[in-house]
Design a protein around this ligand. Structure first.
Ligand code: MN3
Length: 201
């Protein structure tokens, strides 16, 4: 049983002009697809071939000999989560339970936005900024390369923002800050965060 490249929850051109169709052709069509292809090659014929993606990631995370497998499996998961963290016509202030928790745990939406962009901006090189639920409270974290909060006990990811250069270079060149502003103001999918909160119980 091999993994398939998950379908995007919108068309490749639907996030434009904030994230262009050209970026999704590379980022989804080439990068994400390559992680799926590499993962399938690495698990083929092994006892991981029948495991769920999350279980592969957790098992590989603790085994230095499986670093390549971890990187590809985690990048498959992280990218699928990232595509759902955006939507056409998204962005701006949240509503619903996530809005209440942001005010409770960060003071205000503006304080949240400042801290979230700081996490993305200070992730040196490649990685991810995350909004997570940890011990019943919202928290902002960042991870390098393929690392993912799903390997941490008691942590539920709610949203993520890819800050690898391949996420923004075609649209924003070297300006990660302009990409992060567009992510929060034009793209972020608060419905997805509310759904993840609700699933966390
Ligand atoms: Mn990426």
């Amino acid at each position: 049983m091999a993994f398939d490249l998950p379908e995007l929850p919108y068309g490749r051109g639907d996030l434009a002009p904030h994230v262009s169709e050209e970026t999704l052709n590379f980022h989804y069509g080439k990068h994400h697809n390559a992680y799926v292809t590499n993962l399938n090659k690495l698990i083929d014929g092994t006892d991981m071939a029948t495991m769920a993606l999350e279980d592969i990631i957790k098992a590989a995370a603790t085994d230095p000999a499986k670093a390549g497998l971890f990187n590809n499996a985690a990048q498959v998961w992280n990218h699928t989560f990232y595509w759902h963290s955006m939507k056409p016509g998204g962005g701006g202030k949240p509503t619903g339970k996530i809005a209440d928790l942001i005010d409770r745990d960060f003071g205000s939406y503006d304080d949240f936005a400042t801290q979230f962009k700081a996490a993305g901006g200070t992730q040196f090189g490649s990685g991810w900024a995350w909004l997570v639920l940890k011990d019943g409270k919202l928290a902002i974290t960042k991870t390098p390369n393929a690392e993912t909060p799903i390997t941490e006990a008691g942590v539920t990811p709610l949203l993520t923002m890819d800050v690898w250069e391949h996420a923004y270079y075609l649209d924003y060149q070297n300006s990660r800050p302009n990409y992060m502003t567009a992510f929060l103001d034009q793209l972020v999918n608060w419905d997805f965060a509310n759904q993840n909160l609700s699933d966390a119980g």
